[in-house]
Ligand binder design. Structure first.
Ligand SMILES: [Zn+2]
Ligand SMILES: [Zn+2]
Length: 331
């Protein structure tokens, strides 16, 4: 099978023909149809996240069909369409797992980081961490639901019942979450890179009542803000846009340093918090919620052989919505 490998920081991605992976006990082998590209993939390629497996197949928003079952697989059958998210394995024994916070597992393994991911014709995954894909979503449109969607949804839940919600960075996650928030009657204020009129228009099309640059003040105070952009200088900016009691949720896995700011910005019981990974419960909840909204994902699709170009499209924000790698069936 063909797969795209990351071999180290500063090295170009390489396409190689390798042996197809065999599913171990409790695992399924998938013929990959599509795999979403996430900001986290860029952080890995740029060396901003610890020590990934090397060489590594990136990609943790995988949609594919089950082609083979390892021993004792019981949830899925050959031919079923399933999704593989970032959370690939947890220990089930540490205090976080036992406390219902498997997203914080001390020994977790992540897809496309500790485990080979979806920039490949085939992949294997532990069936316990896979999700059935809701009907009605074509493969490429379903892929961004698996990280942008469900980690965005976790961030949204942590933002509480904010009536006025600010979204900083209007990419894959925000374009999905904007639709969910509007369906629940929230007022959405979207912040893009300064001067990105096209993305601001896109946010308004999706129901944002105001869209502007991250250097602009919203017309009203916010009750909560979610920061999807990996820029620490947005934290004091978002805090200053929030009303008393408001919360700022940082939804990315990595951010540049947060500059110091006067305590006054935090005063008034404002909070700052991060969101880390996902639980399987988050995934089940969101994949049930998405078709009910219904969430429509806007995707820009690149073939597997152009995975490196897809990553750069995400880096430069040149695509509306989500970037997805499409994998032609290997026959
Ligand atoms: Zn992701
Ligand atoms: Zn654990």
């Amino acid at each position: 099978m063909r797969a795209i490998f990351f071999t180290g920081v500063g090295q170009p991605l390489v396409e190689l023909e390798v042996e197809r992976p065999e599913p171990g006990p409790g695992c399924v082998r998938l013929a990959v149809h599509a795999c979403g590209v996430c900001r986290t993939d860029l952080h890995i390629v740029d060396g901003e996240l610890g020590a990934p497996k090397l060489p590594l197949v990136l990609g943790h928003q995988i949609v594919g069909r089950v082609g083979a079952l390892g021993s004792s697989v019981s949830r899925f059958e050959v031919g079923e369409r399933v999704g593989v998210p970032w959370l690939g394995w947890t220990c089930g024994r540490c205090r976080h797992c036992l406390g219902g916070h498997e997203n914080l597992c001390d020994h977790a393994r992540f897809t496309g980081y500790d485990l080979d991911g979806g920039f490949a014709e085939e992949t294997v995954a532990d069936e316990r961490y896979c999700f059935p894909i809701p009907e009605g979503y074509p493969d490429a449109q379903a892929a961004p639901l698996l990280c942008a969607g469900l980690i965005g949804y976790r961030a949204y839940a942590l933002a509480g019942d904010a009536a006025r919600l600010g979204l900083y960075g209007f990419g894959a996650a925000a374009h999905i979450l904007c639709q969910v928030a509007r369906a629940e009657g929230r007022r959405v204020f979207a912040f893009t890179r300064p001067g990105d009129a096209d993305n601001q228009a896109f946010a308004r099309e999706l129901g944002a009542e105001w869209a502007g640059g991250s250097d602009e003040e919203p017309p009203e105070e916010l009750d909560a803000a979610i920061i999807f952009a990996p820029a620490g200088d947005l934290v004091p900016i978002a805090l200053s846009a929030c009303a008393k009691g408001g919360s700022v949720v940082c939804a990315g896995i990595h951010m540049s340093d947060i500059p110091s700011f006067p305590y006054e910005l935090l005063w008034g019981e404002r909070t700052i918090r991060s969101v880390a990974n996902l639980t399987r419960r988050d995934g089940e909840a969101f994949l049930q919620r998405a078709p009910a909204v219904p969430v429509h994902t806007a995707v820009t699709v690149f073939p597997l052989s152009e995975a490196a170009t897809a990553l750069e499209a995400l880096r430069f924000g040149s695509a509306r919505g989500a970037v997805v790698v499409s994998v032609a069936p290997s026959g």
